[in-house]
Design a protein around this ligand. Structure first.
Ligand SMILES: CC(C)(C)S(=O)(=O)N[C@@H](Cc1ccccc1)C(=O)N[C@@H](Cc1c[nH]c[nH+]1)C(=O)N[C@@H](CC1CCCCC1)C(O)(O)C(F)(F)C(=O)NCCN1CCOCC1
Length: 330
C-alpha cells in the first residue's frame, strides 16, 4: 500500500503544517499536524469541553460504527513549548491520503491547554516518532506509521514541506518526481524515540564549511531550526543590527537587513537554507523588527532540525532496521 496527502501551512509564516485525515465510519475529516517529534495520535473530540474548542473539527466516536473504547486507557502529553493535552483512547479506522489503518489508537482529548484552543486550524496531532514515546497507559499504542508498515510497499514515509506553499507527506514510496539528485542517508538513533541523527557540519553564507558532528532531531512538528549557540552567534554576526533579545526570547534584527544563507551537511551532501526562510516573521504586524528562523538550542537541551531546515530538502524517514533518514535536493 501507499498514501499521499497534502501538508498545508496553517498561517502565512508556516508556523505549522496540517494534513487532512479521516477517522471512523462514515469518515470524519480532521486537519492534523503530522509530527515526527512525538508519538501520540490525538484529536479534539466530543469529549473535549466546549469551552476549550474554538473552531476546531472534532471526532465523535459514538457516530462511528467502527469505533471501540480502549477500556481503562488514558494518556497525557506535554510538548516542548509548554502546551499539553490528555484524555481517553478509542480504536477506529484511520486514513491518510488513501492509506488506511484499521483499529488505529485514536486518543480523544478530554482537556487541551489554551495554546491548542487558540490554534483553530489544528484539530490534533499524528505522532510519527518512534512508538516508544507514546504516552497511553497502561499499555502504550503504536503510531500510524508502525501500524501501516507491514502493508507498505516500502517501509518509509517522506516529507516534502514547502516555504509558504502546500507540500506533501507520502507513505510507502519515494516519489522520484519530488526530488532531484541522489538521496543521502545517515544513521538514526531511535532511542529515546525521536528521529535523532547528526549533521556533518555547517556554513554561513559563502563562508567555509565547518565540519563538526551536530546531533539533533528532525522534527516536522517544530517550526524553527535550533542549533548550538556558537553556530547561531556566528550566523547573526553577519546580520546588521541583529541582537539576542531577552524580551523576544531569541535573535531579532531589522527586517530590512540582508541575511546570509545557512548550509547544513548530511554526510558529504550540502543543503542550503535560503535567507528568506530565516527571515521568519515580523515580531508584530506593523513592526520593522523581525524574528529569526534560526535560534539557539541552549534552552532546549537538544538541537531541533525543524521546518525551517526540513523545507529546504526532500526528507525520507526510513523505518528499516536499522532506521535511517535521507535528505535530497528538490
Ligand atoms: C513559532 C514558535 C514561536 C517557534 S512556536 O513555539 O510557537 N512553534 C511551536 C509549534 C506550534 C505551532 C502552531 C501553534 C503553536 C505552536 C513549536 O515549534 N514548538 C515545538 C518545540 C519548541 C520548544 N520551544 C520552542 N519550540 C514543539 O513543542 N513541538 C512539538 C509539537 C508541537 C506542539 C504544539 C502544537 C504543534 C506541534 C514536538 O512534538 O515537535 C516536540 F518534539 F517538540 C515535542 O515537544 N515532543 C514531545 C516529546 N515528548 C517526550 C516524552 O514523551 C512524550 C513526547
Amino acid at each position: 500500500d501507499t498514501g499521499s496527502a497534502a501538508a498545508i501551512p496553517i498561517n502565512e509564516v508556516d508556523i505549522a503544517y496540517v494534513t487532512p485525515v479521516t477517522v471512523g465510519t462514515p469518515p470524519q475529516t480532521l486537519m492534523l499536524d503530522l509530527d515526527t517529534g512525538s508519538s501520540d495520535l490525538w484529536v479534539f473530540s466530543s469529549l473535549t469541553p466546549s469551552s476549550q474548542i474554538r473552531g476546531q473539527e472534532i471526532y465523535t466516536p459514538t457516530k462511528s460504527s467502527t469505533s471501540q473504547l480502549l477500556n481503562g486507557h488514558t494518556w497525557s502529553i506535554r510538548y516542548g513549548d509548554g502546551s499539553s493535552s490528555r484524555g481517553t483512547v478509542f480504536t477506529d479506522n484511520f486514513t491518510i491520503g488513501g492509506l488506511e489503518v484499521k483499529s488505529q489508537a485514536v486518543q480523544t482529548a478530554q482537556e487541551v491547554s489554551s495554546s491548542f484552543t487558540q490554534e483553530q486550524s489544528l484539530d490534533g496531532l499524528v505522532g510519527l516518532g518512534f512508538s516508544t514515546l507514546n504516552t497511553v497507559r497502561p499499555s502504550s499504542q503504536l503510531t500510524f506509521f508502525d501500524n501501516a508498515r507491514p502493508n507498505l510497499d516500502e517501509e518509509v514515509f517522506t516529507a516534502d514541506l514547502k516555504y509558504h506553499a502546500t507540500g506533501t507527506y507520502d507513505f510507502g514510496f519515494i516519489d522520484s518526481k519530488k526530488h532531484n539528485g541522489t538521496i543521502t542517508y545517515t544513521p538514526v538513533q531511535p532511542s529515546p524515540g525521536y528521529w535523532t541523527h547528526s549533521l556533518s557540519g555547517y556554513s554561513v553564507g559563502s563562508g567555509a564549511f565547518q565540519s563538526s558532528q551536530i546531533s539533533g532531531i528532525s522534527d516536522t512538528g517544530t517550526t524553527l531550526l535550533y542549533l548550538p549557540t556558537a553556530i547561531v552567534t556566528a550566523y547573526y554576526r553577519q546580520v546588521q543590527g541583529a541582537q539576542n533579545s531577552q524580551y523576544y526570547g531569541g535573535y531579532v534584527f531589522p527586517c530590512a537587513s540582508t541575511l546570509p544563507t545557512f548550509t547544513f551537511g548530511i554526510e558529504g551532501a550540502r543543503f542550503t537554507i535560503p535567507a528568506s526562510y530565516i527571515n521568519y516573521t515580523r515580531i508584530s504586524p506593523t513592526s520593522t523588527t523581525c524574528y529569526g528562523g534560526l535560534q539557539s538550542s541552549s534552552g532546549l537541551g537538544i538541537n531541533i532540525f525543524g521546518d525551517v531546515a526540513l523545507k529546504a530538502a526532500f526528507v525520507v524517514f526510513s523505518g528499516t532496521n536499522p532506521p535511517r533518514i535521507g535528505f535530497a535536493p528538490k
